[in-house]
Design a binder for this molecule. Structure first.
Ligand code: IPE
Ligand code: IPE
Ligand code: MG
Length: 228
């Protein structure tokens, strides 16, 4: 597989679990179960293609607006995924769960921290799961932390939730919607965007290869002009 021109950091806004289930006459939770099963596969395909950092948007702060049973069902899947790293890991990477701890059940937070500890010496790949994350909230938090201090791009970045993480090179959203829904609003300033109609449980090697091929055809200019 072509790895030389792989983006370093790929993010996936994993959307469409609910519709995947509804199309089959199943409850939305079944969609989240199918989505969670697909997570290690997607991460492994991206890592095998040469990607170093994979960020997955799993649960936004705004997703608390959903019925409690659905929220609890999602948390159960995330917890089982986190615990898999202490039992039978399906992905060989350092794993991080990033977002606001406040509002999350204590057992879920404990499972996430255990996964981070269990994987901290793993090789050169990083898997970053955004849980209870909101881009606006992240920016407001940084602004509050900086209150009274000089505000530069560097000082501001140092107060974001991922101060050391390179910005995403490629952001893929599954499920057909063409929006960011709060995803890394500061860090996505120059990310390449790719929207794909596949619902997340159906997002596989074919769709990933199309996204990576599309990325390779892009010219990233960062405000400059085409290099001769
Ligand atoms: C999963 O997709 C992503 C989460 C927000 C947990 P959705 O549950 O949003 O699926 P759709 O968009 O309703 O199909
Ligand atoms: C975006 O999906 C958030 C995640 C994938 C975690 P949503 O389904 O919450 O987005 P909206 O509500 O359609 O914008
Ligand atoms: Mg959705």
């Amino acid at each position: 597989m072509e790895t030389s021109l792989a983006p370093r950091h790929v993010a996936v806004i994993m959307d469409g679990n609910g519709r995947w289930a509804e199309k089959r006459g199943l409850s939305r939770i079944n969609g989240h179960i199918a989505g969670a099963e697909n997570v290690p596969k997607v991460a492994n395909i991206l890592f095998a293609a040469g990607v170093e950092i994979v960020t997955l948007y799993a649960f936004s702060k705004e997703n608390f607006a959903r019925p409690q049973a659905e929220v609890e069902g999602i948390f159960q899947r995330v917890k089982a995924f986190a615990l898999s790293f202490t039992e039978r890991p399906q992905v060989n990477a350092r794993v991080y769960f990033t977002g606001e701890e406040e509002g999350l059940p204590a057992d879920l937070v404990a499972a996430c921290r255990a996964a981070e500890r269990a994987t901290k010496s793993n090789g050169d790949k990083a898997l970053n799961i955004l849980l209870n994350y909101g881009g606006r909230s992240e920016i407001l938090r940084a602004a509050r932390l900086l209150c009274g201090e000089p505000v530069t791009e560097e000082s501001f970045r140092s107060k974001l939730l991922f101060p050391d993480l390179p910005d995403p090179d490629l952001i893929i959203r599954t499920g057909g919607e063409k929006r960011l829904s709060g995803f890394m609003l500061f860090q996505s300033a120059y990310s390449e965007l790719y929207f794909c109609n596949a619902l997340f449980p159906d997002f596989g090697v074919r769709e990933i290869n199309s996204a990576l091929a599309d990325y390779r055809s892009r010219e990233r200019r960062f405000g400059g002009i085409k290099t001769p």
